[in-house]
Write a protein that binds this ligand. Sequence first.
Ligand code: NAD
Ligand code: DAU
Length: 333
Amino acid sequence: MHVLVTGGAGFIGSNFVHLTHATRPEVRLTVLDAFTYAGDRASLLGLDDRVDIVEGDITDAETVDRLVGAADVVVHFAAESHNDNSLAAPAPFVHTNLVGTYTLLEAVRKYDVRYHHISTDEVYGDLELDDPERFSEATPYNPSSPYSATKAGSDLLVRAWVRSFGVRATISNCSNNYGPRQHVEKFIPRQITNVIDGVRPKLYGDGLNVRDWIHVDDHNRAVWTIIEHGQIGETYLIGADGEHNNRQVVEQLLVAMGQDAKDYDLVTDRAGHDRRYAIDSAKLCRELGWQPQFSDFTAGLIDTIDWYRANESWWRPQKAAAEAKYAGQHVIG
Ligand code: NAD
Ligand code: DAU
């Protein structure tokens, strides 16, 4: 099987490539990645000739046509992925997430190639802290940020191409991932690397926003489950019952790194900041038999801290630029 992986030099895509390479010797992989600030060749070291790496843009129809035509399956991870960046400059989000997905859909339609679309729980908007409901496949779309609006739009393009053109596609909407090789602009790596640098972690607003954390390998195993057993045209939500508020995450992280649990700052809140995400993944578990393997968030967090401690050469070149983007944030508590 030959799998084209867009965004394979990013956080989740590179973990997908490493997991597949290590566990599925029969699979050949081609990575298509534009190597934006978020893509890193160092995330794809240690692979053999079963993996090809192509530098190119998913909005470039000629490149996409050539690579999709040679693939059996496309797994589409490539995206502009960071909410804060989408608030500062939405244009690349519209271009990559919408035009890029459209370009891939036209190619998989032309060659009748199986397509799996990676998306996010953020398309559903947010929940109140005390809401007993969680997101399910039936929850109406209600995105809040330019990032989540473009992801929602890309999901709807996929649904339209399935219905109108018979494209063989599935969609998954996953909750917040953590694990190795996540860019230092994101919450958990930012705080781990701040603590390593002797800087106090920064929590937006009151720090009580809730995210539903899942280890990146559990996400990627679910993606393989859907590629192999998912029903064409269906959407599957991926989550691991990992709800924690941001204070809880930072306090665990500080303690695990030998600091006082309260040694953090509250800073200016994110505009439109979603309060809570929570995923009900019953459909994926019941219909396709997937179960997460990382049940202990604290243990997964400690592994992730260890990875950042051991791989400073991977993240250090990005750290100053990532922090410069946060320079306008002020301590409020
Ligand atoms: P990331 O920002 O770490 O990686 C994105 C990758 O896409 C990078 O390698 C980048 O170079 C590449 N890319 C960007 N624009 C491109 C373009 N025009 N052409 C080709 N390549 C391009 O993102 P991530 O966190 O790994 O997220 C991957 C996917 O998973 C995204 O679709 C995101 O919406 C989705 N997702 C992420 C999470 C999460 O917690 N990070 C959760 C659910 C879903
Ligand atoms: O839910 C899935 C989504 O998770 C993905 O679709 C996105 O691609 C991914 O970036 C992530 O979005 P979030 O906005 O939830 O992730 P982020 O890491 O930016 O922030 C997580 C929480 O931490 C959120 O409540 C904002 C907060 N935060 C973030 C940063 C960077 C802080 O309190 N301080 C920070 O410095």
